[in-house]
Design a protein around this ligand. Sequence first.
Ligand SMILES: NC(=O)c1ccc[n+]([C@@H]2O[C@H](COP(=O)([O-])OP(=O)(O)OC[C@H]3O[C@@H](n4cnc5c(N)ncnc54)[C@H](O)[C@@H]3O)[C@@H](O)[C@H]2O)c1
Length: 259
Amino acid sequence: MTSTRTDGGTTGGDGGLDGAVVAVAGAAGPAGQAALLRLAEAGATVVAADADAERLAQAVDAARFAHGGATVTGDTVDLLDLAATREWVARTEKEFGRIDGLVHLVGDWRGSAHFAETDLGDWDVLHNLLIRTVQHTSLAFQGALERSGNGRFLLISAAGASNPTAGNAAYSASKAAAEAWTLALADAFRKTGGESPPPAAAAILVVKALVNDQMRKERPNAKFKTFTDVRDLADAIAGTWNQPTEEVNGQRLWLTPQP
Ligand SMILES: NC(=O)c1ccc[n+]([C@@H]2O[C@H](COP(=O)([O-])OP(=O)(O)OC[C@H]3O[C@@H](n4cnc5c(N)ncnc54)[C@H](O)[C@@H]3O)[C@@H](O)[C@H]2O)c1
């Protein structure tokens, strides 16, 4: 497995996640950058992974500089490689002693103007990006998140998963499959807990679309009314640790009006 790593120092954060270790998968995109910063601000040690080494290094550096002293590490990991994903978990647990969260942010979009024009090649791409990486991260992280005692597995899904539009068949079906997979993990956490609260919670945060500062800069007149700002998504991610596992496990948390 190829792996590069850069580490920062530690001075603690503004509480909430002090002492926690949170892994972010697909961390180099705009949502990842916001999540790294927010989790570091909350006091977590943040362990970021992405397949794109250059963009990942930029995201990790940005979070470190914006929150001086936070421990934010970056590992180049191809999450389509199950063995590499498991190695990432083992390495992280060995180095930091625990893992309290996996935030899944791997994404992309493919679609067409009309249903009849759907390119089944898009399905293959989205199957890998949106489903396979969820399968690998959930299988690799389940044990560590249960050992945490207060673990979180968080999927970011799209409102279209439960309300598909004609040109989004492959995208919506992929997200719906990822949601079902996440809910199966939630049931596994419930079963591990038995009569007690689950030792970890798997949950789905639902948005219609995401917006970031770069998008606002490029389209200054656009209102992005139905979009969720990546900072609000990051707040919602960090906020899931404020509720007990039994209240979060198996839930869809809507950050956009539910269709
Ligand atoms: N952007 C939106 O409007 C929108 C809408 C609904 C849901 N979402 C979801 O929100 C999350 C974040 O969205 P985003 O737009 O920031 O994501 P994104 O498309 O920027 O992808 C995030 C990262 O995933 C990485 N990645 C791709 N393949 C990988 C692999 N095999 N291994 C490791 N990393 C890999 C990419 O390099 C990228 O940096 C995603 O799960 C996405 O599906 C986004």
